[in-house]
Design a protein around this ligand. Sequence first.
Ligand code: NCD
Length: 301
Amino acid sequence: MQHLISMRDLQSSDILKLVSLAEKIEKGKTKPDLSGKILAALFFEPSTRTQLSFETAMKNLGGEVISVVGTASTSITKGETLADTAIVIAQYANAIVMRHSAEGSARYIADLINIPVINAGDGSNQHPSQSLLDVYSIIKTQGRLDNLKIGLVGDLKYGRTVHSLIYAMASFKPTFYFVAPNSLKMPPHFTSELKKMGVKFREHEFIEDVIKDLDILYVTRIQRERFPEIQEYDRVKNIYMITAKMLEKVKPNLKILHPLPRVNEINKDVDETPYAYYFTQAKNGVFMREAILATLLGGKK
Ligand code: NCD
């Protein structure tokens, strides 16, 4: 693994290796050493968990972080291209983690520089480190990855976390239940790829129709910032809200995941149920990001 750009690039064996390393790190069985290494964190779009957990992960392993938040303080506002910015930063750091609104931006800079690039979200396209921590959370809660019934709810059109997760889980024989209003359905280029890969999926409009069957309920925020028109966002913004009452007849092993931030999709009363897993999921992100950094930067054990 040279970069981490898209879940399409990873084999199931790569995913399992990262999961196993994250687990060893969490259990204190190994501690890769990244001392002397510098990670450049370029977050041109807002982030809380992804940025801070990558920073925490790097620091936990003895490495250092230099960072840029937004474009306002960079020479991009003076007209410098993303390409020039990346070429220069690659001379200061040993790896780059970047979040950018343009789809394909991470692949674009990875092709220009010779240090590892981690895609921390490129527009609506991919968010592979999130999917890896999601997979880690799934195996921790279900004890397996194979043959799970996974509901993906909310903004399946613009949500990069779901676009990534379907590839991350595709080789583990899942059944996906896509729950979205008509205007936010999983785009056809993803569903046709799933068909080609022989992955089972069903499309629904109501959570109530599927919730009793699920092992994992993956809830997403409606991605306000991606809508061309705010009126369209207003029409769908409160379309789904999971409440504790809706969980009365679910399977006992059900876990609710959410990449966070949540806006209105999960009511506070769900937090107290045994099904809520989203805050632990965010904590799992540190272990998985340590595993990713150690793999890309070749940290000594
Ligand atoms: C997600 C993202 O940025 O795509 N957040 C995250 O990284 N945990 C989800 C979102 O913003 O809705």
